[in-house]
Design a protein around this ligand. Structure first.
Ligand code: ZN
Length: 510
């Protein structure tokens, strides 16, 4: 009975969402009113069961069933409504901020854990959905990647993202302006915008600006957080970015933090609101070996390396935050307009800016490790989606922009691959020809080459492994596509020439 669920929700809030005893009757009556119920249930509640819940899903599912069956809500309306209820049952935003700040005095870690746990317990972080994602590590001999087939979010194409960026100047007033705006706090939501009554956000001051910290509702890795500016403005990578990244890890050294690049194709899905992404997880590039060091004289306490990674990644190591930020800025500013026709790099041309950087940082003890991935988004008739974007033959696996998370070695792949993989297995087993494949499964057309390649060594018992290995290889090739300086003599020379052109008083390359 739904009245029993109301009692269970109140008890859940007491156990898991810090609801005070004195508030329980008040909120019980509010919930009854919200659900259109005239009186409560007086049946006892199974306390142990409610105390043992890691997530509120069983209770939310009960409420949704009631709303759909008895009140004729559709799925989206039921989701909006239950989010509102979870928001009501959660501590107010100011209480969460105070608790966070108090815990942070003990340790930043405790404060971050508190917000993370609360965000799962009030269903802002959709843990049950996240747990449905299929994740694995590649088994290459070195430089392994992490793969996650995302079963909780739809795929966005670069064209969709470009539309979002173009929208910034339109007169259309949308509220909140985007998914990252502070005004989402408590927002009821609708069929296009998610409900956010249960989000809780912590103010942080970064480089003289007001920013806010929250977790991602569909995190791609452990404790995936988002830090965003108070004002809604387009992303920009510059000296201030490096300073803000440094300030963030000074305050929260147990997290890495990074920014998507500030141009379409090589940036993330939201370019119109300045934000960073971080978390506890060590992304694969952070485990990459050093390939070479550039000995420089301009910054005596700071070192510059090239990492042995698929795309062009530099790493700055140092304890002096001024030097670290200045060295990164020297490289960025030179890179913005850098031209190297042999490597097809044109930093700027009649179409506008093409060169940018994907930066990220972590702090170990008192040493900063700042990673700079050199990026370029130029398109040509041969590569209409980007010279340094996933090439067309790999789009069946991933066609979205390669943002910070993929560039650093964690691939988020579309959920459709689960269905397509089982269709590929069937096609191989039935030995269908190309025409039959396209007739039976029209969206396998782009997989024809993959099916041919797999058919040469078809082994029914190992087909799952072979499909997975094929996907792994495609992801590796996509990252190699994004390298502005390839792992070739011409590419390596190109990078050395670029570093030499930055005024760093280069002594030698080791
Ligand atoms: Zn915004």
């Amino acid at each position: 009975m739904i009245q029993d669920t109301v009692n269970e929700l109140i008890l859940y809030a007491k156990f898991h969402l810090k609801m005070q005893e004195a508030d329980t009757l008040y909120f019980k009556n509010i919930l009854l009113g919200e659900l259109g119920l005239s009186s409560p249930s007086f049946s006892p509640v199974d306390k142990e069961r409610i105390a043992s819940y890691d997530v509120p899903d069983p209770l939310i599912d009960d409420v949704k069933k009631y709303l759909v069956n008895e009140r004729k809500f559709d799925e989206v309306e039921a989701d909006l409504f239950t989010t509102k209820l979870m928001g009501l049952l959660s501590p107010n935003p100011s209480v969460v901020i105070n608790d966070f700040n108090e815990l942070e005095k003990e340790s930043p870690r405790k404060a971050l854990d508190f917000l993370y746990d609360l965000s799962i317990k009030n269903n802002y972080i959709r843990k049950t959905d996240i747990d449905r994602n299929i994740v694995w590590d590649t088994d290459f001999s070195d430089k392994n990647l992490e793969i996650s087939v995302n079963l909780s979010k739809p795929e966005k194409s670069n064209a969709d993202i470009a539309k979002l960026v173009a929208k910034v100047d339109s007169k259309e007033e949308k509220y909140p302006k985007c998914l990252l705006c502070l005004e989402n706090l408590g927002f009821y939501g609708n069929k296009k915008q998610p409900a956010r009554e249960n989000i809780r956000i912590i103010p942080v001051r970064l480089g003289g600006e007001d920013w806010f910290l929250q977790y991602s509702p569909y995190g791609y890795y452990h404790m995936h957080c988002i830090c965003f500016s108070k004002e809604h403005y387009n992303m920009v990578i510059d000296y201030n970015t490096f300073i803000r990244l440094i300030k963030f890890v000074d305050r929260f050294p147990c997290f890495f933090i990074g920014s998507n690049a500030d141009l379409p194709i090589v940036g993330g899905s939201i370019l119109n609101h300045e934000h960073f992404q971080g978390g506890e997880h060590l992304l694969p590039v952070m485990k990459a070996k050093i390939e070479k060091e550039y000995k420089i004289n301009k910054y005596v306490n700071t070192r510059l390396y090239k990492l042995d990674w698929y795309n062009t990644t530099l790493m700055i190591e140092g304890k002096d935050r001024g030097e670290v930020a200045n060295l990164a800025t020297d490289i960025l500013e030179k890179w913005r307009t850098y031209k190297d026709p042999v490597n097809e790099v044109y930093g700027v041309d009649f179409e506008g800016k093409h060169n940018t950087i994907t930066p990220s940082i972590r702090k170990v003890n008192d040493t900063y490790y700042l990673y700079l991935i050199l990026r370029n988004n130029k398109c040509t008739p041969q590569y209409p989606d980007g010279i340094f974007h996933a090439h067309k033959q790999y789009h069946m696996i991933k066609k979205e922009g390669i943002g910070i998370i993929e560039a650093m070695g964690l691939f988020i792949l579309p959920g459709r691959l689960v269905r397509q993989s089982s269709e590929i297995k069937e096609v191989l087993e039935r030995k269908l020809n190309d025409a039959e494949i396209i007739k039976t499964y029209p969206d396998l057309e782009d997989f024809i080459q993959m099916i041919h390649d797999l058919s040469h060594k078809y082994d029914k018992d190992n087909i799952n492994r072979d499909i997975r290995n094929y996907i792994n290889d495609v992801c590796r090739n996509i990252l190699i596509n994004t390298a502005v300086f390839k792992d070739t003599i011409v590419g390596k020379l190109g990078l050395d020439n670029f570093i030499r052109s930055v005024n760093l008083w280069l002594v030698k390359t080791i």
